[in-house]
Design a protein around this ligand. Structure first.
Ligand SMILES: [Zn+2]
Ligand SMILES: [Zn+2]
Length: 352
């Protein structure tokens, strides 16, 4: 592209050399560390999509007019149009990250930004004996968040479910000098070059246990696909962190355990608890075979709770007055969706 022939719409292109670089992580950590904070200050003027929170390798707004994550049917451009911000600008706008422990389990902490920014998802910090693992990522990273995470031992790894939450993960990886695990299938959606060539580790198989210094943490990434070809969930200590890979529905968090007539409490049979979506905001469901492939992987594992991308999307065995477990509720929801799409003899319907 020359200055005389600008592309009319998307001015930022992904050269094949960049794609190649994405594919060759060097897996070298704790080497040649830059001075603390220096990388953050170098990247705080990079453009960030205000609608999805994705950070680009461009700081000149004349060079980037569209966000390719939002120009995909799985996301959207808001009615106010495409807009970008920067980390430096966000720091002047009064954003703050909030923390909340999962009930009485201090191994799990939700971290999210207020006021809501972009998609508004939470990250979940999982404490393991080998170090802290961050499930998913949020755009906003400030000194307060860095101090708080460092006070509990920093991060040993980041695992991101899918491209909608790639956000500023290279800033997080640089700050905490840790690897980021992403699905191999989704690397085309990366928007920053890992210049030091050390942060990203691509998950190629359908399951990967996260290791720290060569030791197993017991935390597993399971590649269910569907929403994106590489969409992951994370299984940690019996809890399944589902992001957008399984979408927690309103009736999934409904509570049938209370009512004026104590003989009529209890969750009815056959209710839906999850949806399986290619596009969540644009409401495009996944086809039955994709749902069946998700169960092929997930059905082999046991879990007693699910925790979605947003605060309040937590479902536990027995919650809401349910007499059946969460895993069964996932299967029932899959079967309901497959049936309602007209597939009355799909093999998934025979699963029990
Ligand atoms: Zn976007
Ligand atoms: Zn998503």
């Amino acid at each position: 592209m020359t200055p005389e022939t600008p592309s009319p719409r998307v001015k930022f292109h992904y050269e094949s050399t960049i794609q190649d670089a994405f594919e060759e992580p060097l897996h070298a950590f704790q080497k040649a560390n830059p001075p603390p904070g220096s990388l953050i200050s170098q990247t705080e003027n990079l453009l960030i999509c205000s609608a999805c929170g994705t950070q680009y390798d461009v700081d000149d707004s004349a060079m980037l007019s569209r966000c390719r994550i939002c120009d995909d049917p799985r996301q959207y451009v808001p009615p106010t149009g495409q807009a970008f911000t920067r980390a430096a600008e966000m720091k002047r706008c009064g954003y703050r990250n909030q923390w909340r422990q999962f009930g009485d389990d201090d191994r799990f902490w939700s971290i999210w930004t207020e006021p809501k920014f972009a998609i508004g998802q939470r990250a979940i910090l999982v404490k393991t004996p080998l170090g802290n693992i961050l499930w998913d990522c949020i755009t906003y990273l400030d000194a307060e968040t860095i101090d708080r995470i460092n006070a509990i031992g920093g991060l040993a790894a980041i695992v991101i479910s899918h491209p909608h939450y790639y956000t500023t993960h290279l800033d997080w990886a640089d700050t905490f000098d840790c690897p980021v695990y992403l699905s191999w299938e989704d690397k085309q959606w990366l928007n920053r070059l890992d210049r030091l060539g050390k942060a990203r580790t691509f998950i190629e198989g359908s399951e990967e246990e996260i290791e720290v210094r060569g030791e197993r943490t017991g935390v597993k990434a399971l590649k269910l696909g569907g929403h994106f070809p590489g969409s992951l969930v994370c299984l940690a200590f019996g809890r399944l962190l589902i992001a957008d890979t399984l979408v927690t529905t309103p009736s999934g968090v409904g509570d049938w355990s209370t009512g004026s007539d104590p003989t009529k409490t209890g969750r009815p049979d056959g209710m839906n608890s999850y949806a399986f979506m290619w596009s969540i905001p644009n409401m495009i469901p996944l086809p039955p075979d994709a749902i069946g492939r998700m169960w092929d992987i997930l059905g082999k594992h046991e879990f007693t709770s699910t925790h979605g991308a947003f605060i309040g999307t937590d479902v536990r065995d027995g919650s809401g007055g349910s007499s059946i477990g969460v895993k069964r509720r996932v299967l029932e929801s899959m079967q309901l969706q497959v049936k309602m799409m007209g597939w009355n003899s799909h093999t998934l319907l025979a699963e029990t």
